[in-house]
Design a protein around this ligand. Structure first.
Ligand SMILES: [Zn+2]
Length: 279
């Protein structure tokens, strides 16, 4: 199957009453595992990679991997830039064939954020690429960048932000955090207030660590995309860590890499089913 277009994927999810998990990749093994896991579950989702993680390879390599691993699959999967930090990254990913883009200018003030998203929207929409923006800052580790600001999304600013920026989906800060070192405290009442005024579907960052019942309850508030990074990364790293603990001379890189793919594949397959109430 071809990489699914971001707009088509959102429409498909809405029609079928599904939430899309967006699983973070870093390398070849993670990418393969995510494609296989979603395909095992026969449920749609996104593979995403952050600007930071792209330093290990580049957008073209990741897009080529996704295309190669999607050969022979039959479930819709999109390729998304997570936390796009620069316009150069956005352009490189669109050029490589990414089908949706997040522009993260949430560290700027309201007007600066709108201006940066608007510039990205103009470029991406010309190429039929969906754009995610973020209003309010999400605490915790955003890959290697620590964002200390505890700034929840203000419902009063949502409508104007979406209309003026032109973004297609909106990431919200409602007590969710990045990584597993901080504890999320999700405010569903705030999410409800945001959903009431937001003209576009919503995105949850930091899905790992949030109780599944809360994640599932968000669907009624127009939550369409849920990001999962840490759960998959842990499944990957644990494979190597346990092997090393068991035998300090362990050197079977191929065997452990295959095992890591299977562990991440199963985690992705489980997560997409659980958030959609199918497991
Ligand atoms: Zn995030």
């Amino acid at each position: 199957m071809k990489i699914a277009n971001g707009y088509d994927l959102i429409e498909f999810a809405q029609k079928n009453n599904l939430m899309l998990p967006a699983f973070n990749t870093t390398n070849l093994e993670m990418t393969k595992a995510i494609v296989l896991g979603l395909n095992d579950a026969h449920l749609p989702g996104m593979i995403q990679i952050s600007s930071n993680n792209l330093h290990l390879s580049n957008p073209q390599i990741i897009a080529d991997l996704v295309r190669a691993f999607m050969k022979g699959t039959d479930t819709p999967i999109g390729l998304h830039l997570d936390h796009g930090k620069s316009f150069e990254d956005v352009k490189a990913c669109v050029d490589a064939g990414f089908t949706s883009i997040m522009v993260d200018a949430s560290d700027q003030d309201f007007e600066g954020n709108i201006a940066e998203v608007k510039r990205t929207v103009e470029y991406c929409h010309f190429h039929n690429v969906l754009v995610e923006a973020e209003l309010g800052a999400i605490m915790g580790k955003e890959d290697d960048m620590v964002n200390e600001a505890d700034c929840k999304t203000d419902p009063a600013m949502v409508k104007e932000f979406v209309e003026r920026s032109g973004c297609d989906i909106l990431a919200v800060s409602i007590g969710n955090v990045h990584g597993l070192d901080a504890t999320p405290k999700v405010d569903l009442e705030l999410l409800k207030q945001i959903a009431e005024v937001c003209p576009v579907p919503l995105v949850l960052h930091g899905g790992s660590g949030i109780p599944f019942e809360q994640v599932k309850a968000m669907k009624q508030y127009n939550m369409i995309k849920v990001n999962y990074g840490s759960d998959l990364r842990q499944a990957y790293i644990r494979t190597f860590g346990e092997a090393y603990e068991a035998k300090h001379t362990e050197a079977n890189l191929y065997g452990l890499s295959m095992k890591a793919v299977e562990n991440v594949r199963k985690t992705a397959c489980d997560l997409v089913q659980i958030i959609n109430g199918l497991k």
